[in-house]
Design a protein around this ligand. Structure first.
Ligand SMILES: [Zn+2]
Length: 461
């Protein structure tokens, strides 16, 4: 393939679509932040052959094959691509649960997912976990990406989230039985076991469970699974070599998840000492996903979000962070997840914010936080640690070249203008195309008559 890229994008251009038919690649002279938490290494070359890093070190570029494509990374940071451990690629950025559950037919959701998933890659995300997807679309999307039908990062997928009749985070929009949107109600042990097995058969990399739900007339989220029910999921899934991920927005559910063998805990909100101890003991990983809450709290007013609960969200972040800081010290792997897929977390914009929040609210160093978004992401992708998400010999060739020093200013990771190159599976992604834009689809959004009641008092206060 001829080298037709514009200045600053040496070598291959054109969209990366899953498979890499690639020449060797050499990235010269950058400062490598390798994702392990180790110190930045200036003046370091990285050699890539196919989907593999084959050499890392000062001067190793000299050993590159003559046909290798060169990226000059002088003055830039070379680091692993981001792995977003909590992303909803089939949701299509709805502004409400009504839109999510009632305005997203399967066919439309797949079109939206295919339109949106390239944005992840172009924002520096080279791998992600989508644990629950509308109409079980995830495995088909994942396989389509791998086969080159759709441009996108490496993906690990769940199918529908399993819910009890109490529902999940969408209250009474969840029916008493059966499935809707991303959720499926399981009524008894037999159904739990059968559905878990079916999900594995139909391609689930993970089984997702909503351990807490919002019940009208109750504040906060309540634990809506029993121990026996959850054990039926984890034992069935583990017997089929499949891990379990759970949505847990209180301390009880986090304790229950950890003691029942859940592998990845999302949110772990308000976890207490007992829950912390259980998580440390169990070896589960945690993806707190502060980004959605922080976006709502910090920027919601800009986009007309309902901000009545801002103080509650800020309190949830602070209370959770105080204990998760100790989880980190005790060796619990923390993963960065953005919950991208909602109107408050559109695709391609917020995947790196969790890294900053890990520094700001958890007190991690920038290098530690970067590890949570890269090396630890191997857990979400179900890959061995250090086989992906690191800049090391034999690791997968997913790399970023960033104009700036994220160890000094993590903000550069979320700024697409600072992203010079994204390498996915050994092939550079074309970052020069216009960002994908579209018009709304018919029936996509809930029509609202008004945002408040038109009482006569309003006319004549
Ligand atoms: Zn989520």
């Amino acid at each position: 393939m001829p080298s037709t890229g514009p200045p600053g994008h040496a070598g291959r251009t054109g969209g990366t679509v899953g498979r890499g038919s690639s020449e060797p690649l050499v990235i010269t002279g950058g400062t490598v932040v390798d994702g392990t938490g180790g110190p930045a290494a200036p003046g370091t070359d990285v050699l890539v052959d196919g989907d593999r890093i084959v050499a890392v070190g000062a001067g190793v570029a000299a050993g590159a094959l003559p046909e290798a494509v060169t990226i000059d990374a002088t003055g830039c940071t070379v680091m692993p691509g981001l792995i977003d451990a909590h992303c909803h690629v089939t949701f299509g950025e709805p502004a409400s649960n009504d839109e999510l559950f009632s305005h997203r037919p399967a066919s439309t959701s797949m079109l939206l997912a295919a339109f949106n998933v390239p944005k992840l890659l172009r924002a520096g995300v080279t791998g992600f976990l989508d644990a629950d997807c509308i109409a079980d679309l995830g495995p088909a999307l994942r396989d389509g990406i791998e086969a080159g039908l759709v441009e996108g990062p490496r993906m690990a997928s769940g199918l529908n989230a399993l819910l009890t009749a109490a529902g999940g985070t969408a209250g009474r929009l969840i029916p008493d039985e059966g499935g809707i949107g991303y959720a499926q109600v399981v009524r008894n042990r037999d159904e739990i076991v059968r559905t878990t097995r079916q999900q594995v058969k139909y391609g689930a990399d993970w089984i997702k469970v909503h351990l807490t739900g919002s019940l009208p007339n109750r504040t906060g989220e309540l634990t809506v699974w029993s121990r026996d029910e959850l054990l039926a999921v984890t034992e069935t899934a583990h017997a089929l070599d499949t891990p379990v991920v759970a949505h847990c927005r209180n301390a009880d559910s986090t304790l229950l998840a950890a003691t029942c063998g859940v592998d990845l805990i999302l949110h772990a909100s308000h976890l207490d000492d007992r829950a912390l101890e259980a998580v440390v003991e169990s070896g589960a990983a945690v993806a707190p996903t502060f980004t959605f809450l922080a976006n709502l709290a910090d920027h919601g007013a800009l986009v007309g979000a309902a901000t009545a609960q801002v103080d509650i969200f800020r309190g949830e972040i602070e209370a959770t962070a105080a204990v998760l800081r100790r989880a980190h010290e005790a060796g619990v792997p923390l993963l960065c997840g953005s919950e991208s897929g909602f109107s408050l977390t559109p695709y391609g914009h917020w995947h790196a914010r969790e890294v900053e929040l890990f520094v700001d609210v958890l007190g991690l160093t920038p290098l530690e936080a970067i590890s949570c978004a890269t090396r630890h992401g191997a857990i979400a992708l179900r890959r061995p640690l250090d086989s992906i998400g690191v800049v090391a010999v034999d690791a997968a060739a997913d790399l970023l070249v960033v104009d700036g020093d994220p160890t000094q200013d993590l903000g550069v990771l979320g700024d697409r203008r600072r992203l010079r190159h994204v390498v996915s599976r050994g092939v550079p992604v074309d970052l020069d195309r216009p960002w994908p834009e579209r018009d709304p689809l018919p029936g996509e959004h809930v029509g609202v008559w008004s945002t408040q009641l038109l009482t006569r008092d309003l006319l004549d206060p």
